[in-house]
Each structure stands twice: as C-alpha cells, then as structure tokens.
Design a protein around this ligand. Sequence first.
Ligand code: FE
Length: 333
Amino acid sequence: MRNVKLMLVGLLLTIMSGCGAPDAELVVYSARNEPLIKPMFDRFTEETGIKVVFVTDKAEVLMQRLQAEDSNTPADVLLTVDAGNLWWATQNDLLQPLESAVLTENIPEYLRDPEDRWFGLSVRARTIVYSPERADARMLSSYEGLADPMWRGRLCLRTSKKVYNQSLVAMLIAEHGEAKTEQIVKGWVANLAADVFANDTAVIEAIAAGQCDVGIVNTYYFGRLERDNPALPVKIFWANQGSGGVHVNVSGGGVVRDSRHVENATRLLEWLSAGEAQSMFASSNLEFPANPAIAADPAVAAWGQFEASRLSLARAGELQSAAVRLMDRAGYR
Ligand code: FE
C-alpha cells in the first residue's frame, strides 16, 4: 500500500513538472525581441536566482498560442507592445488580475489595466514629425490639424493595419466621438503625399527624402535614425499641447491566467517596473520609463518636455474595432 502511494506521488510529481517550468524558472512569451529583453532577464536572474526562459514572436502569434495551449500552457508571463494587444489578451481571458502594491505604486493608473491584469512597463509617444526646411512648425498644432487642406499632398502615414494607428484613432474617438474623428481621418487621407507606408521608419525617411513634409510616428523610430545620422533633416513636434496632450501608448505585460508560478511571475513584473530595469527598458529602445520616478535616456530627454494624454489606455482597446471600421470607411488603407 505504501509503495502504491509513493508511486502515485512520484507520478504526480512527474506530471506536474511536465506541465511547466521548475519552481525557480519562469517562462515568458515576449513580443519584444531578444536584444531588448535578454539583458534584463539576465540581471533579474543574477539578483533573484530565478531563471527566465523566453520565446519571442509577434504578439498575435503568442496570444493565439496561449489560447491554443489553454490551461496546459507552460507560460507564466506575456510581454507585448500596445494597449490594443494587452486589451485583446484580457478580452480573451489570457491574463490574471494581480494584487501587487509595488506595481500599483510604480505604474500610474492610466498606464495599466483597470483590473490590474496588465501593467505598462515603458511608454512610447506617437507624435508629429516634420521637415524644418519645408514645413513651418508654427503651422503645426495637433493630429486633428493634419486634416487641414494646408497639408494637401504633404502628409505621409503608416498603414492603418498597424495597431499603433488603430490605438491613436481609438483615442481620437474617445475624445471626439466617431463622426468628428471620421472627418479628421478623411482629411488625413485627402492630404496624403504617397500611399501608406509599411512602417514608421519609412515615413521618417520619406520626409527626409522630400517625398512629404509631415507625418505621425513613434518617437523611438525617430531616435534610432537620429542616433545613426545626427544631421537627419526631420524634427519632432509635440502634438496637442494644451489640447489633450501627445498620444502615448505602452509596452507592458501581465501574468498568464494558468501560470503555475504566480509569485515569481509577479516578482518579475515588479522588478521590471522599478529602478535599473526601468532605465534599461526605456533606454534600450529610446522609449520613456513608465515609472515616473525614473529619468529618461539623455537622447530622449533632449527632445524636450511634453504634456501626454491622460486618457486611460484601456479605452484604446475598447474602441479598437470601432477605429478599424472607421478608418476603412474613411478610405485609410
Ligand atoms: Fe514599434
């Protein structure tokens, strides 16, 4: 009888260890790529002794994988970019609510899920860039202002298929309602100098090359090009100062619903929300720290202070499908 019991315990342990990582190991699914995350995980392991195994892929692929694996998933933490993706993860019940005084203290309320299932870990600003040679900064004001006929044939935009633009338009809907936002987006489309671009870097390069005079991009793409070419003939303009603020978004993460290592997984997110990790997280990709106590990278700080929109990012997710339909109606491809 005792032998049978021992066998059962052994069998149970085998099954349990087969289901996920050992206790001092975490499995992270990350839409952020290896050069960005590996140095941070290495430091976390040095400090805590907790090993981190990670898989990187596109956000959609990782979230589909979590759905397919369901309660058998080996994953403990999901890291991705854009509140739209994080919202999708919560809508599909992929993450669990966390009770962490450290996270609620470090991450401002508008940069996290209202039910604390995800937390922003770095902030990205999506604002206006322009050619100082061909566009007068005094004529620039806001995202809405780029719909003005004065920009006819002068605007470059990235495709509406990218979640960054879906979140931007979702936030415009949150502020103005659908009818007014549709007029704005139609104005943008009427002002396009070229077909929409596949990525933000191509938009900045088109402005540098003289193909257009203004565009909307995430500032870290500008930062990368500026780092490679300090004489880049493109400048940043902080949009909507005094009228709602610059549209900001996050990269962030949460603990997977069926994680078997909730305590350590929470510890990893807490560690990422503080001190050294915040500096690394923001600086490695020229983003802004999500924790307001941490200073930005000097190259980023050199772009100047700006007022950021304080609309809760969860709204971007809620209004995402409305934004996609609206952009389609407005002819924004
Ligand atoms: Fe990006």
